[in-house]
Design a protein around this ligand. Structure first.
Ligand code: MN
Length: 195
């Protein structure tokens, strides 16, 4: 079973993340940040990952620490659950539209952290959620999943749509990268021999 349970406690946040990479896309999310939960739900559904995230953060200050630390903990969970990466596809990509918005996400479960992020959100806030935190989530994720991720919001003028296409494309790309490559069973998807 490709599962992991992560618990991460700091003075700013207390977070528990459970993942099942071969799940049904079911999410149980309690973060205190409703729009963020709507986005995490997209990762679960489109990634076909069962995702349980319980986060208690210092949201009386703002949502920054909670969003960033959920990204860190989710990255740790993916890294642990994927194991030695034998037999997986490794690379994943997806384009996802939502009405006028379109995003592309490309992932390499490379063992090296790297984020390229191009999204010009048309609003600073979606409801109470600050759009600059989308970057913080993915920065936390790549650092701890040890993944290379290229995110491009190609177009869009509704910021809710812009963010949603990024998270849906990320979920789809992650699903592809984590999926079994049947011709690669037992083999590392790298000539280096490890990732
Ligand atoms: Mn929506």
């Amino acid at each position: 079973m490709r599962t992991a349970n992560i618990e991460r406690n700091t003075l700013e946040t207390q977070i528990k993340v459970s993942v099942n990479l071969d799940g049904q896309g079911e999410a149980r999310l309690e973060t205190g940040v409703p729009f963020f939960e709507h986005m995490l739900d997209q990762i679960a559904r489109h990634g076909m990952i069962d995702l349980d995230i319980q986060a208690n953060g210092d949201t009386h200050i703002d949502d920054h620490h909670t969003v960033e630390d959920v990204g860190i903990s989710f990255g740790q969970a993916i890294s642990e659950a994927v194991g030695d990466k034998k037999g997986i596809t490794r690379y994943g990509h997806a384009y996802v539209p939502l009405d006028e918005a379109l995003s592309r996400v490309v992932i390499d479960l490379s063992g090296r952290p790297g984020l390229t992020f191009n999204a010009d959100f048309t609003r600073e806030k979606i409801g109470q959620f600050e759009t600059e935190l989308v970057f913080e989530f993915f920065q936390g994720f790549v650092n701890h999943a040890q993944a290379t991720v290229h995110i491009d919001c190609i177009r869009g003028h509704n910021a809710h749509h812009q963010a949603e296409t990024i998270f849906k494309a990320f979920g789809r790309a992650l699903r592809m990268a984590l999926s079994a490559d049947e011709r690669m069973t037992g083999k590392m998807p790298s000539t280096k021999g490890s990732l």
